[in-house]
Design a protein around this ligand. Structure first.
Ligand code: FUC
Length: 823
C-alpha cells in the first residue's frame, strides 16, 4: 500500500471497533429498507430465460432439499420455491451410438497440433461434435417448483419497513407498521421438519388477514383445495428443448393454520380474516427416487410431510430449526471489527464499495497492484467482508445437507424454466468451488451430497468409460446433471475427461480433515481406485515426447491463440492425475497395503506423466507445448489447479513455484464472480494477502447482487462459496506435509493476512490432520492461537517467521501466544 492509503486505512480502522454483543448479532444480518421490487400483479415472464430483477433482491432460505426466495412485499408477497429433484428429463444415458469408432481419428487429429480455424481443425471439431459428443448435446435443467402468492388487503400504506435475513438463526423476517399496527412475518426452511414455514403476527389481536394462492410457471400446473385448510399444486415438467418430453412430476401443498379469526376457502385460494396469528406450512415432493428411478409418489410424500407437522406448534418448529442450523453455523465465528457502515442496509453498503471501486483504473488487463485500492471502499467496512464469509457458510448449509442433492450452479434457488447453463453441475471448476468451504469452515456434513453424487457417477461413468473409450473405471467430463450424465457435452470443449480426478480430490481431502478411515475404505478408495483405473487404460503415449497423456482433452476453458482447442496432456490434467495416483497409492498403504500390485502400476505410470513445465517466459506452461501468451488474463486458471485447490506445486518446487506465481500474475484480476473468487485462495497460497484481498474487494464491488448472490454473468453461486473458502485460506492453510511422517501436517497461521485487516479473530476453522483452529491477531500479527487436536496427530505450526513442532494428544487443546510459546 502507498503511505497515504495506509494512513487512511489506519485512520478508518481506528474508528473500527470491537463489536458489542448486540452489534455482533446485527452483523450477521443482511437487511434492507424496502421490499424486493416486485411489480404489482406480477406475472411469469414470457421469456423463460428472464430472471426477474426482484428475484435477485429477494432473500434465500433453504433446507438443502427445499429452497425459497422471500420477496418481502407488503400488500403482495411472493415466496418462490424449489425442490432439488425437480429437473427436466428422465433416467437416461447420453451416449451417442457408434461414438467409439471415431475415437482413433479424434486422437490422431488432436496429436496433429492443428492450426486454429484451419480446414482440418474445422473437420475434426465437426467429427467430434456430430459423432462423439453426447446425445442429445445438452444435459437437462433444474426447474422452479412454484410460488406462494399472498395478497394482504389494505396494507398499501406502511412505514418502518425492514426486511432481513438473519444468518445466525436462518430466519428471514419482514416488519412494518400499517394503520398503527406493527406486523411481523418470519420464514424459514426446516431441514429436520422438511418444510418451509411462514408465520404472520401482529402486535394487536385479530389483525391478520390475507389470501394465499399457489402458482407455478409450468404449463401443466393445476391447483386445487384439499379439505378446508390446504391448497394442492401439481404439475409435470415439460422440456423446453424439442422433442419437449415430459419430465419429473411434482406436488406441493400449503396448509394454513390460524390462531383466531376465520378461514374461507374458494376454488383455489384460502382467505383468512381477523386472526391473531397464522402459520403457513409448505411442503413439496417429486416422483424422483434416484437417478435411475422416477416411480416416487409425490402426493403420498406431501401427505406424510404434512402429517409429520401435525400438532407441532410454530414455536417448536422454529426452535428445532434454529437449533439444527446453529449446530452447524455457530461452529465458526469471524470478526474483523466494524465501522458505522455496518449499521447501514446491505444494498447501500454494496453500492458504496461499488462506487469507490470505480476509482480503480485499468482493472482486468493489468497485473494487479494492491496499492491501487481506494481506501474508501471495503477497508471502510471490514464487517462486510466478514458478512460475505458468513453468507457463504449460510448458503452451503441451506443448499447442501446429508441426503439432499448437491448444491448446483445456483445452489437450490432457481426461478426460471431455462436457467443459465441449466443450473446444473459444471465440473471443470464451478461445482468443486461450491465445496471449498466445506471442510475448512467446519461444515463437513454439507460435503456429503457431493460424495453421494460420486457414488452415482461411478456407475454412470463406468458405462461411459467402457462404451466411449473401451476403458475400465469411471470417467466424468466437464458437466453432469441429476441424471448423472458423464459423456462430453455441448461442444468440443466438453471433451475434457478429468472431472472424476477432481471430485476424488474432495474424497481424499475429507479424509485428511476428519481421519475417517471407514469413509476412506468404503467410499473414497473404491472411487479413487476406479478413477485411477480409467486413466491407466486411457492414457496414451504422445508420439513426440513419449509421455503418457490424456487425449482427447483440452485445458478448461482456454484456447491458445492459433492452436486447435482439442489437445492432449494439458498441465491441469497431469496435475489432477498425478495427485489422484499419489493419494490412491497412499490410501492403499493406509488401508494395509491391500492393493500393492495396483499401487505399483500407478507408481510406474505416474513417472511417465508429463511434469509441470516452465516455458519461454518463465511461466508455468498451460499446455504440453509452450503456447502461453504473457498477460493472458483468461477467467479460467486451469494449470494453477496445482497451486489451489491442489498442491502439486509448492514453495519447495523453487523455480516451478515462481513460474506458477508468474502465471497467476498474468491472469490479473478476475472477470466473472467465480474467477475473482478463485484468485482469492490462489493469491493466499502464493502468500500475498493484499492481492487476495484485492480480488475479494473487486468481487464484492463488481460481481455481487443486492442480496449478496454472486454474479457470473447471470447469478451463479460458486463465487459465494469460492470467496468463503478463499477467505479461510487467507487465514489458515494446512496442505503441506513438511516431513516424511505422513501424519504430520503443517498449519500455516495467517499465511496471507492483508494490510486491510490488521486486527481480528476467527474460531473453529478445520485443518488437515484433524485440528480445530482459533486465531486472534492485532497489528497484522498473530496474538493468540488455540489448536484442538481431534485425532492426536503431530503438526508443525508456522506463524510469520516462527515455527514449532507439536506432538498432540487426541481431544486436547493447545494455546500459544504471539511467539508460538505455550500459554
Ligand atoms: C464454465 C465457465 C463459465 C460458467 C459455466 C457455468 O464453463 O467458463 O463462465 O461459469 O462454467
Amino acid at each position: 500500500m502507498t503511505r497515504r492509503v495506509a494512513l487512511v486505512v489506519a485512520a478508518l480502522l481506528l474508528a473500527a471497533s470491537v463489536a458489542s454483543a448486540a452489534e455482533q448479532a446485527s452483523d450477521l444480518k443482511l437487511w434492507y429498507a424496502q421490499p424486493a421490487p416486485l411489480a404489482k400483479d406480477w406475472q411469469y415472464p414470457k421469456n423463460a430465460l428472464e430472471q426477474s430483477k426482484a428475484w435477485l433482491e429477494a432473500l434465500p432460505i433453504g433446507s438443502g432439499r427445499l429452497g425459497a426466495m422471500v420477496f418481502g412485499g407488503v400488500g403482495e408477497e411472493r415466496i418462490q420455491f424449489n425442490e432439488d429433484t425437480l429437473w427436466t428429463g428422465k433416467p437416461r444415458d447420453y451416449l451417442r451410438a457408434g461414438a467409439r469408432q471415431h475415437l482413433e481419428a479424434i486422437r490422431k487429429g488432436s496429436f496433429a497440433d492443428l492450426v486454429d480455424g484451419s480446414d482440418e481443425e474445422k473437420a475434426l471439431n465437426k467429427l467430434a461434435k456430430e459423432n462423439f459428443l453426447s446425445d442429445p448435446l445438452r444435459q437437462k435443467a433444474f426447474q422452479p417448483c412454484g410460488d406462494l402468492r399472498i395478497a394482504v388487503p389494505g396494507h398499501n400504506e406502511f412505514t418502518d419497513y425492514r426486511r432481513e435475513l438473519d444468518l445466525d438463526s436462518a430466519v428471514a423476517r419482514v416488519t412494518y407498521k400499517s394503520d398503527g399496527v406493527t406486523y411481523t412475518r418470519e420464514a424459514f426452511a426446516s431441514y429436520p421438519d422438511n418444510a418451509i414455514v411462514v408465520r404472520f403476527t401482529a402486535d394487536k389481536p385479530g389483525k391478520i388477514g390475507f389470501t394465499v394462492k399457489m402458482d407455478s410457471p409450468h404449463a401443466t400446473r393445476a391447483t386445487e383445495l384439499l379439505g378446508k385448510d390446504t391448497i394442492q399444486l401439481t404439475g409435470q415438467v415439460k422440456d423446453l428443448v424439442p422433442p419437449n418430453e415430459l419430465g419429473t412430476r411434482f406436488e406441493s401443498r400449503v396448509r394454513l393454520v390460524n390462531d383466531g379469526g376465520s378461514v374461507a376457502a374458494s376454488k383455489d385460494a384460502l382467505t383468512v380474516k381477523d386472526a391473531n396469528a397464522v402459520t403457513l406450512l409448505l411442503v413439496a415432493a417429486t416422483n424422483f427416487v434416484n437417478w435411475q428411478e422416477v416411480n416416487g409418489d409425490p402426493a403420498a410424500q406431501c401427505q406424510a410431510y404434512l402429517a409429520h407437522l401435525d400438532g407441532k406448534g410454530y414455536d417448536s418448529l422454529r426452535q428445532e430449526h434454529v437449533a439444527d442450523h446453529q449446530r452447524l453455523f455457530r461452529r465458526v465465528t469471524f470478526n474483523l471489527g466494524r465501522t458505522d457502515r455496518a449499521n447501514l442496509p446491505t444494498d447501500q453498503r454494496l453500492k458504496m464499495i461499488n462506487e469507490a471501486s470505480k476509482a480503480i483504473a485499468g482493472a482486468q488487463k493489468d497485473v494487479p497492484k494492491p496499492d491501487a485500492l481506494p481506501a474508501d471502499g471495503l477497508p471502510a467496512d471490514p464487517a462486510l467482508a466478514a458478512l460475505f464469509f458468513h453468507y457463504g457458510r449460510y448458503l452451503l448449509i441451506a443448499s447442501s445437507r446429508p441426503g439432499t442433492q448437491a448444491a448446483n450452479l445456483q445452489g437450490v434457488w432457481n426461478e426460471v424454466l431455462n436457467p443459465p447453463w441449466e443450473s446444473k453441475y459444471t465440473t471443470n471448476i464451478n461445482f468443486e468451488m461450491n465445496y471449498w468451504p466445506a471442510e475448512l469452515t467446519n461444515l463437513a456434513e454439507s460435503h456429503q451430497p457431493l460424495f453421494d453424487m460420486v457414488d452415482d457417477l461411478r456407475v454412470s461413468g463406468a458405462r461411459t468409460a467402457k462404451e466411449l473409450y473401451g476403458c475400465g473405471g469411471w470417467v466424468l467430463h466437464h458437466n453432469t446433471d441429476i441424471w448423472r450424465g458423464t459423456t462430453p457435452i455441448n461442444n468440443v470443449d466438453g471433451l475434457w475427461p478429468t472431472g472424476a480426478a477432481w471430485l476424488c480430490h474432495h474424497l481424499w481431502d475429507h479424509y485428511l480433515h476428519t481421519g475417517d478411515k471407514e469413509f476412506l475404505a468404503k467410499r473414497a478408495y473404491p472411487a479413487m481406485k476406479e478413477a485411477s483405473q480409467f486413466f491407466l487404460d486411457f492414457l496414451i503415449e504422445d508420439p513426440k515426447t513419449g509421455y503418457l497423456v490424456t487425449n482427447p482433452s483440452h485445458s478448461p476453458e482456454l484456447h491458445a491463440d492459433k492452436h486447435a482447442l482439442l489437445s492432449y496432456g494439458p498441465t491441469m490434467d497431469n496435475q489432477l492425475i498425478r495427485s489422484l495416483f499419489a493419494y490412491t497409492i497412499e490410501t492403499s498403504q493406509i488401508l494395509g497395503n491391500e492393493d500393492k500390485e495396483f499401487a505399483a502400476k500407478l507408481e510406474a505410470t505416474a513417472k511417465r506423466l508429463p511434469p509441470n513445465k516452465i516455458g519461454q517466459h518463465g511461466q508455468l506452461q498451460e499446455w504440453i507445448q509452450d503456447w502461453d501468451k504473457p498477460n493472458d488474463n483468461h477467467r479460467h486458471m486451469s494449470p494453477l489447479w496445482g497451486l489451489y485447490p491442489g498442491w502439486d506445486v509448492t514453495p519447495a518446487d523453487g523455480k516451478m513455484w515462481d513460474a506458477a506465481k508468474l502465471l497467476l500474475k498474468w491472469r490479473g484480476d478476475g472477470s466473472t464472480g467465480w474467477s475473482f473468487a478463485w484468485r482469492i485462495p490462489l493469491w493466499a497460497r502464493a502468500g500475498d494477502g493484499d492481492y487476495a484481498y484485492r480480488q475479494l474487494y473487486l468481487q464484492l464491488a463488481k460481481r455481487t447482487l443486492p442480496n449478496m448472490f454472486d454474479l457470473c454473468g447471470p447469478f451463479q453461486i460458486d463465487g459465494n462459496f469460492g470467496a468463503c473458502g478463499g477467505i479461510g485460506e487467507m487465514l489458515l492453510q494446512s496442505h503441506l506435509r513438511p516431513t516424511d511422517d505422513r501424519s504430520m501436517h503443517q498449519l500455516d497461521l495467517l499465511p496471507a493476512l492483508p494490510q486491510a485487516w490488521p486486527s481480528g479473530s476467527i474460531t473453529g476453522l478445520r485443518a488437515r490432520g484433524g485440528f480445530e483452529v482459533d486465531l486472534a491477531w492485532d497489528g497484522g500479527k498473530l496474538t493468540k492461537t488455540t489448536i484442538k487436536s481431534n485425532l492426536g496427530n503431530p503438526c508443525r505450526l508456522r506463524a510469520g517467521d516462527k515455527t514449532i513442532d507439536l506432538k498432540t494428544e487426541k481431544g486436547k487443546a493447545y494455546t500459544f501466544d504471539a511467539g508460538l510459546k505455550a500459554s
